[in-house]
Design a protein around this ligand. Structure first.
Ligand SMILES: [Cu+2]
Ligand SMILES: [Zn+2]
Length: 202
């Protein structure tokens, strides 16, 4: 009896260890602070299955544009999803750039494949937190002298998986060359698409 149950459990344990090792290898290309955060989250999600994670790696949309970025999505205990965005666009140093979630997870055709702002609630485009805005209207991000910028937003409009009205998986993150005026419909007149990434589960 005892011997049998051990043989059942052992492969499972080895499998979990292998999964953890793979995740750490993937994260080792990022900076050290993100590495630590991701490891902590993976431990939580792997063991109780309650916490979901997702991310998007943002890349330049054109060969003559440079830049990168990352979105990390964490499901919190209060039911909201916390999004942490970091951008690194040196050519846009000291400028403000608009960032949105767009409807389709397709960065093709210099980001145009993502189509318009993700707007599952059929609202007007606007500033995040105002009377009306799209669920993808993250808004403007100020970049510093190195072209780096970060923003963190938590929302109950978002989920990782589940209802298509809230599900962020398969959406695109678009970085624009201009500033969102929070007024022009339905785009905010934010200019061309210089960066794009697709949200996927970790
Ligand atoms: Cu946009
Ligand atoms: Zn919008």
């Amino acid at each position: 009896m005892k011997k049998k149950s051990l043989w059942l459990i052992l492969p499972l344990f080895v499998g979990v260890m292998a999964a953890c090792t793979n995740t750490n290898d993937t994260n080792s290309t990022q900076d050290s602070s993100m590495h630590v955060d991701s490891m902590a989250m993976d431990t939580t999600s792997g063991m109780n299955g309650m916490t979901a994670n997702a991310h998007a790696d943002i890349a330049a949309t054109k060969t003559d544009t440079s830049g990168s970025g990352r979105v990390e999505l964490i499901k919190k205990d209060d039911g909201t999803v916390e999004m942490s965005l970091s951008l690194n666009f040196p050519k846009m140093a000291n400028k403000t750039v608009a960032v949105h979630f767009h409807e389709h997870g397709d960065c093709g055709d210099a980001g145009k494949g993502a189509h318009g702002h993700w707007n599952p609630t059929n609202e007007a485009h606007g500033k995040w937190g105002s009377a009306a805005y799209h669920s993808g209207d993250i808004g403007n991000v100020q970049l510093n002298a190195e072209g780096a910028g970060t923003v963190t937003v938590s929302s109950n409009r978002w989920t990782i998986g589940g209802d298509e009205k809230t599900n962020l998986l398969g959406r695109a993150v678009i970085v624009h060359s201009g500033v969102d005026d929070y007024k022009t419909q339905p785009t905010g007149n934010a200019g061309s698409r210089i960066g794009c990434g697709v949200i996927s589960g970790n």
